[in-house]
Design a protein around this ligand. Structure first.
Ligand code: PEP
Ligand code: MG
Length: 591
């Protein structure tokens, strides 16, 4: 039966494919496609793993029976029987074989996929006793996975669900299967998303997350349709269901009828044609009708993204989110050499164009590692995040600063500092930059000049620009956080996503005030938050006097099209009217 789930539109376009539900096993499992010639070997791996668990249970049964009828706990005997029965269940075995043979999933992926299928059936059972057997099924599946990994089996009961690790870490796929696949998960961390950059997924759906959560940002950078905050999607959609993602409307259509499928197929082709047309603008300079030159820069997450930035016609990188180099490494941070090589690759990849490297911004919704997620702090977005984290660990920060300064010898590099708010933090940061230079001098290592900029992403910073203008060569407005902190709306929380409003008059006042002040002082200013890539806001930002926009490469041509149609002089008057409105959103819609 066809039904729709509404969420938040993250990345444009239409994706049509089969659902891949990421299993919630405690064991991190790899997901990849195998060759057809490996099918038998893969089925064998599962069989060997399963047999190991069966043997283990038999041994345990023997030792329990050995205790004698009085001591032998009846519950344990019954439980072991249930586990044996589940392990030998035809549906489990048949299903696993199906995923391996027909879909070429690797053994672990096949096992966790079939676990999801059967677990769903247990959830739907009326009988409470049977429903509760789902936990047993999860437990034995996990044991088989561990046995396949050659780890010791334990009969310890599973931890509560909340303590479970997600299993999305190693989802690296190749392109041996041609049915488009759509990944559905309750939650994906930014680091998980980064892993998926190498994958073949045609789209993403998550139950949780806001439009400017970092998970959504990475999904957008991949330029494939995605919907977040689609509440119960991971429960309502079944493994292998046909699913349509309408990334423009933020809608997920499940099990579509042939008519709906045809309609979305048409929309998908239309979308591709529109995008194709935009490529004609690739070499057109971004200049408004009244001759204002506009700088269109790229936001990147990894050095390799520089290629996409060049291909999209970016005239530089306005934001390299360096924290992605630090994530998913079990807390082991990259050393100076590794970072230097990464920054150098980004700089060289941009072929002489400027690259703005932002120092590490971890914390809040960007944990270093899923397993190390900061649950100890009540308010991580207000906690030890970004520059606060860096200043709390000067040795780590100096390592990064030295690496960036060294990389700057290979091209045009700018250094950008996130989340600053206090003059003392600014002075402390500047002192550490000086110290990094001295340390390199002492070691006799070459380094290059850098312009130093600050992100304006906390209202207090936007309201005390004087000190920022005194110390910094340029400013970059991080509207994602500026909105979050101005409106007290967690950018990653879908339950308040409807209140996350870039057009709130207070936000507009802070953005416009920062641009105006920088323009008056002759200081370079850019917007690098998601507002910069939102074509419905291009004219407003131009009207506010913005001349530098930094966004995902995929958005550059669409924004350029808006620029080419705009008359910046006329827009200045209109922008003033918008900002004087109680509800600026209404005027923007009418324009
Ligand atoms: C911002 O806050 O707008 C920004 C660009 O930084 P991030 O999204 O990484 O927090
Ligand atoms: Mg930010």
């Amino acid at each position: 039966m066809t039904f729709a789930i509404h969420g938040l539109a993250v990345a444009r376009g239409i994706a049509i494919g089969r659902a891949v539900l990421v299993a919630s096993s405690r064991v991190d499992v790899a997901h990849y496609f195998i060759e057809a010639s490996q099918v038998d070997a893969e089925i064998d791996r599962v069989r060997i793993g399963r047999n190991a668990v069966v043997d283990e249970i038999h041994r345990l049964q023997a030792s329990v029976i050995h205790m004698g009828p009085k001591e032998a706990p009846h519950e344990l005997i019954a439980l072991l029987d249930v586990h044996l029965m589940l392990l030998q269940d035809d549906e489990l075995i048949g299903g696993v074989k199906h995923w391996i043979t027909d879909r070429l999933y690797n053994a672990e992926w096949a096992l966790t996929t079939q676990l999801e299928v059967i677990a769903r059936q247990f959830d739907e059972m009326e009988d409470e006793y049977l429903r509760e057997r789902k936990a047993d099924l999860e437990q034995i599946t996990e044991k088989v996975l561990l046995a396949m990994q050659g780890e010791a089996l334990s009969m310890v009961p599973p931890p509560k669900r909340a303590e479970r690790k997600t299993s999305q870490q190693d989802l690296l796929l190749d392109d041996t299967v041609d049915v488009p696949l759509i990944l559905i998960a309750h939650e994906l961390s930014p680091a998980d998303m980064l892993q998926f950059k190498q994958s073949v997924f045609a789209g993403f759906i998550t139950d949780v997350g806001g439009k400017t959560s970092h998970t959504a940002i990475v999904a957008r950078s991949m330029d494939i349709p995605a919907v977040v905050g689609a509440r119960l999607s991971s429960q309502l959609v079944r493994q292998d269901d046909w699913v349509i993602i309408d990334g423009d409307a933020g809608v997920v259509v499940v099990d579509p009828s042939p008519i709906i499928l045809a309609e979305y197929g048409f929309k998908q082709r239309q979308h591709e044609l529109d995008r194709g047309r935009l490529t004609r603008l690739l070499h057109t300079p971004a200049v408004t009708l009244d001759g204002q030159k506009i700088e269109l820069l790229a936001n990147i997450e990894m050095p390799e993204d520089a290629l996409g930035a060049i291909k999209a016609g970016a005239v530089g990188v306005g934001l390299f989110r360096s924290e992605f180099l630090f994530m998913g490494r079990q807390g082991k941070l990259p050393n100076e050499e590794e970072q230097y090589q990464a920054y150098r690759r980004a700089i060289e990849g941009m072929q002489g164009l400027p690259v703005t490297i932002r120092t590490v911004d971890v914390g809040a919704d960007k944990p270093l590692d899923n397993a190390l997620q900061d649950e100890a702090h009540l308010n991580p977005a207000l906690g030890l995040r970004a520059i606060r984290w860096s200043l709390a660990d000067p040795a780590m920060f100096l390592t990064q600063l030295r690496a960036i300064l060294r990389a700057a010898a290979h091209g045009q590099a700018n250094l950008l500092i996130p989340m600053l708010v206090h003059a003392s933090e600014i002075r402390h940061t500047m002192a550490l930059i000086d110290r990094a230079r001295v340390e390199l001098d002492n070691r006799g290592v070459a380094y290059g000049p850098v312009k130093i900029g600050a992100m304006i992403e906390i209202p207090a910073a936007a309201l005390t620009l004087k000190v920022f203008l005194k110390y910094f060569d340029f400013l970059s407005i991080g509207t994602n956080d500026l909105i979050q902190y101005t409106l007290a709306i967690d950018r990653a929380d879908e339950s308040v996503a409807h209140l996350y409003d870039p057009l709130h008059p207070a936000v507009l006042r802070l953005v416009a005030g920062t641009i105006a002040e920088c323009n008056a002082q002759g200081k370079h200013v850019s917007v690098c938050g998601e507002m910069a890539g939102d074509t419905s806001l291009t004219r407003l930002l131009l009207g506010m006097g913005l001349r530098s926009f930094s966004m995902h490469p995929a958005q550059i041509l669409a924004v350029k099209q808006e620029v080419l149609r705009a008359d910046a002089g006329k827009l200045a008057l209109w922008a003033e009217q918008v900002m004087a409105d109680d509800e600026p959103g209404l005027r923007i819609m009418k324009h």
